[in-house]
Design a protein around this ligand. Structure first.
Ligand code: PMP
Length: 354
């Protein structure tokens, strides 16, 4: 029996994607070869890369709007420095909403002045700071749309006139947004797309070429864009599985369709967190993430009882990050409503057991 996998990433993907991916490992496109043993210059793989890039732009509503989709390596962490390397000439504005934003800030400081305009560090990042306007005298504003560790998510983004760079690693393709408001979006594949190893970067082409420093080829968006993500050997399997997942999403009805399911899953779980007297939610209610729900036990002495119950129910990956403690249920696109129902039933059972 497949486990109910609430892992924060790498995480569950649609079962259909796992099946197709395993088939392609043995025999890809009836070539009698594995997807991971053919050349990345083979027309069969070039078609995969093209389709993955096209699907990404189409699903985000950015096709023919001056954007390029790249599949790069180095994880989202590499983007912390690549964004600054390629875009930061003098000053950049950052919002600090958690561990990943802080890491992005640390890297950007190596390339220029960084102004942290807002931070929720004062309350262990349990909310999204609001009510500020982005100054216009900077190269870009950087934010993290969903804070994987703390379970907070922007519902509205601050207004401004400078380019917006957004780390969407843990909620890309999960909800409808006006993606054309963003000039650069990056996301590690290992949540809503595929296996770790590929990082999707969506760039508005006209923001490139503005910094005066010279940029090493492997760190240059321009180079990767000119070579259509084939400057060097791309992470072929991760790109292939990402393509399968994006195809699955498109067949499902795109972001609008998955958003409905994601909202249903999140509503079900948060309702139980709020109802059940044994649990307390971690994130501020208005900023709660639909992807990562963080919650704690009111009384930690019951931890063993609850942990045994969810493990018996076939649940995996529910432990919270060490900086929050308690529990974190990650409900990415690939997680079914049924898995959330099993978790909610287990929380009810826990209440009845005590
Ligand atoms: N940003 C966010 C929001 C994340 O959740 C993560 C990883 N969980 C990262 C960045 C870092 O990603 P990677 O491990 O791919 O470098």
């Amino acid at each position: 029996m497949k486990k109910h996998n609430f892992s924060a990433g790498p995480c569950v993907l649609p079962q259909e994607v796992f099946q197709k991916a395993s088939q392609a490992l043995l025999n890809f496109n009836n070539m009698d070869l594995s997807i991971i043993e053919i050349s990345h210059r083979d027309k069969n793989f070039i078609a995969v890369m093209d389709k993955a890039q096209n699907l990404a732009l189409e699903l985000l509503g950015l096709k023919d709007k001056g954007y390029t989709a790249l599949f790069l390596q180095g994880g989202a962490s590499m983007q912390f420095l690549m964004t600054a390397y390629n875009l930061l000439e003098k000053k950049a504005i950052y919002a600090d909403t958690g561990t990943w934003s802080s890491k992005a800030i640390k890297e950007a400081k190596m390339f220029g002045e960084v102004d942290v305009i807002a931070s929720s560090k004062d309350q262990n990042y349990n909310y999204i700071p609001k009510g500020y306007t982005i100054p216009s005298d900077a190269d870009y504003f950087h934010c993290t749309s969903n804070n994987t560790i703390f379970g907070t998510q922007y519902k509205e983004f601050p207004e401004g006139s400078i380019p917006v760079v957004c780390d969407m690693s843990s909620d890309i393709f999960s909800r409808q947004l006006d993606f054309s408001k963003f000039d650069l979006i990056y996301a590690g594949a290992q949540k809503n797309m595929g296996p770790a190893g590929a990082t999707l970067v969506i760039i508005k082409e006209d923001i490139l070429g503005k910094v005066t420093r010279s940029i090493p080829s492997m760190l240059s968006y321009k180079v990767h864009a000119e070579k259509e993500s084939m400057f060097n050997t791309p992470p072929v399997f991760a790109v292939y599985v990402s393509m399968l997942t994006l195809d699955w999403l498109q067949n499902l009805g795109g972001i609008a369709a998955i958003e409905k399911i994601n909202n249903q899953k999140a509503a079900l779980l948060y309702a139980e967190i709020d109802r059940n007297p044994l649990f307390t939610g971690f994130a501020a209610k208005e900023d709660r993430s639909t992807m990562n729900a963080t919650f704690n036990l009111v009384d930690d002495s019951h931890k063993e009882v609850f942990d045994n119950l969810w493990k018996e129910a076939g649940i995996n990956g529910l432990n919270g990050h060490r900086s929050v403690g308690g529990y974190r249920a990650s409900m990415y696109n690939g997680l079914t409503l049924e898995s959330v129902e099993v978790l909610v039933d287990t929380m009810k059972k826990f209440e009845n057991t005590l």
